[in-house]
Design a protein around this ligand. Sequence first.
Ligand code: GLN
Length: 544
Amino acid sequence: MKVVVVSGGVISGLGKGITTSSLGRLLKARGISVTIIKIDPYLNVDAGTMNPYQHGEVFVLDDGTEADLDLGNYERFLGQSLVGSHNLTTGKIYRSVIEKERRGDYLGNTVQIIPHVTGEIKRAIREVAQSTGAEVVLVEVGGTVGDIESMPFLEALRELSYELGEGQMAFVHTTLVPVVGPVGESKTKPTQHSVRELRAIGIRPTMIVARGPAPLSAEIKSKISLFCDVPPEAVISVPDQALIYEVPLVLEAQGVGAHLTKLLGLTGREPEYGPWKEFLDTHRKGEGSVEVAVVGKYTELRDAYLSHTEAFHHVQGRLGCAIHLSWYDAEDLPRDASAMQRLEASDAILVPGGFGARGVEGKVQAIELARTHGIPFLGVCYGFQMAAVEFARNVLALPKANTSEVDPHTPDPVVCLLEEQKTVGGLGGSMRLGSQKVSLSEESAVARVYGRTEIWERHRHRFEINPAYLDRFRAHGLQVTGRSSDGRVEVLELGEHPFFLGVQYHPEFLSRPESPHPLYVALVRAALARKEVPRPDAPTPSLA
Ligand code: GLN
């Protein structure tokens, strides 16, 4: 068992997740099997109950775990699916220690942070190593070194490195090297302080990844090397990149892959980046421009829709057209005529998932625009449910139609609570979650997009389309073209429209750089096709 720990210093938000994912990619490119664990030092058992404004998107895994968004980065960079044991939180660790104590497993002992909590952390890490059989386990420690919350985790990792012995573990510390002053000087002091903090808890970093706006000069690298006690070739500069998927190559260019394998005593083949580089080359082309409008309610924090944004990058890397995302706050839309005009001019509209009443009327309005103006539309989860609400209101003439999530007393609950949800108590981990099979109708648009009729997609919802309205939907052109094994509505599509699809599941979680999700590719293709057709309301080009 070899372990690479990635910690962070100075500030949060340095891109530790991208660093960890990229290190994993470097090893994988050498044919070394890897896996990644994320440590989140908060007391929540999982990310499911957290507001996207605080922690960004909740990423759903195949097994239904509601995880930190970094798990999404790991899956995308490694091209591997992960499960819940790869996201450790303080809540999970404490819960199992307390359960063990109640069961009597520690009988006679005083249960303490050291050795019981740290022991539980080490056990969880070893278990992932064993169950995956990966040669290298990367462990990203969330938060910043020095935080009280992350202490038990760092202590556990220090103990683990002692137990595993020399050459089995590498500690990569990510820090900030800010550039300040009128002459733009790179400052190493924050890095020095943060490394001192790490050493105070008994961890000596083996590699420093310096983040910042500019590349580090050789002089700054050797300064960090001297002060922080790492060789100059282990001081790595990762300046901000336009695209996160460039980072593995930025690391590779500085010899990180070779250095890391040597540190861990591993032998790998020459690194292979074929499809990855192809993806980057096509992405860089970025010809023309397609504008996709995203109508959501967490638009101020882009991380809340991270997997959607990434999915569009994956499409750009496949189709080579520049995709521009315009963000619309669904709550403002009903009061903002100029935003509605801009929305009308966009090449495609995506309405992503969400919860609660805020912003739903704006989503319904955006969907109506897409439906009536032939604008390619993809509705995901809540966006799909709102498409049913819009259709019921405006086509079936049921003006009060709604989801019972927003209006429990609506006379027309076209979206209502899943049967099994009616008896569910708590909000944590209690939705319909994870990967489920969906059967698509032959001859449907959605089956053409996927190129098959059986798919597996990830879910996260409590409400579903009410089957009582399906006949009327069908009679007016809105067809059910995807169902779960137990008959729930998974896909709705509109005939007589260039591209109008709603899906109950979350395709964004399965899109990857080397294999963009077919629904996103199809949406962008439809948007490109729309751009080519002259619009009746477009101004006639003047020859003058
Ligand atoms: N709020 C809706 C439900 O619970 C949709 C959930 C979502 O978009 N993830 O069913």
